[in-house]
Design a protein around this ligand. Sequence first.
Ligand SMILES: [Fe+2]
Length: 381
Amino acid sequence: MFFSIKFPRRVIFGRGSLERLPDLLDELELRGKAMLVSGRKFARESGYLEKLRFLLNSAGIYVVTYDRVEPNPSVETVENGAKIAKDNGVSFLVGFGGGSAIDAAKGISILAAQGGNLEDYYYPSSVKPPTLPVVAIPTTCGTGSEVTKYAVFSKNLRKNIIASDQIIPLLSLLDAEVLKHLPRKIMAHTVMDAFSHALESYFSRNSCDFSEIFVQESLKKIFENFKKGFDGDIDAREKLFYASMLAGFTINIAGTVIVHGLGYYLTERFGIPHGLANALFINQFIEYISLKLPKRTARLGSLLGITASSPEEFSEILIEKINELKKYAELPMSLAEAGVPSSELSTIIEQALSYKRNIENCMAPPTDEEIRKIVENAFRG
Ligand SMILES: [Fe+2]
């Protein structure tokens, strides 16, 4: 077995933990000016932007607010934020929001310290020090970005990835109180992203006994808490928050595979939310992988406590369980239902094939023909 993982210096998980921010900043010797990075609406309308400014000010920190991050942050947004951070002499970043805000903070943390263009740091390039420290405060249950080495940026209908231990947040603060405000649909979409992270990483070439601990716990928690969390139960939402963080740990070790590679174009071209885009390919991926890797698939069944007489039966049960969640949240069950025109299928296939990293990372990399089949099946659902 081999694995490599770097954790954030501090992870604080618990309701009310946001109040501890001033003490934590002091403990981590984060001083001077902070750039507060968030989306355009939620942080302001929920009152959290004000609250964070207050908490930072009470720690003697001057705050520069950058609340302009759009979903699927563009390269321009990050480069613009970095310029403002540099001009203001910012010493660290606080990313508050879903994966988009936290990823933008990570991108700014590189450019504000080193300059250059964001594309200079895209995978497979690595990021070397220095970067500015990042404090990550997630508000959704999906990305895991608060603990991961990944950041994803959009340009010209492409997802561009930075993958480096150097951008793992210094502090990850998960306070489930913020989830009280999360709309049900966003809740469902983001949890599907976490589900996808855990499932895909299990079939990654880099999966190992250590990453499987996170996979097992994450998937179990999602199945147990999805419906209640969707309905707004805060205890269930907290468990889903925990599940998404665990899924972040497993992708830090093993990475994602083809579901993410398939979903990227749907988000870029049609604005389908990232988690939902993944959800639209999960079932077809399970059908594919259970035929290719029956033993490994059966083992996942036993990790999840699903009793089945064969890998095929397990994959049927698993898909049924996933469909139950999707139907509960009234998610589209096929690409067609999500409004994707059939004329786009060839481009979806072509784009998926171009995310080679995701294909090659799979224990059983699909051929071009197999990718085509997955896409066609996902279209019909
Ligand atoms: Fe994701």
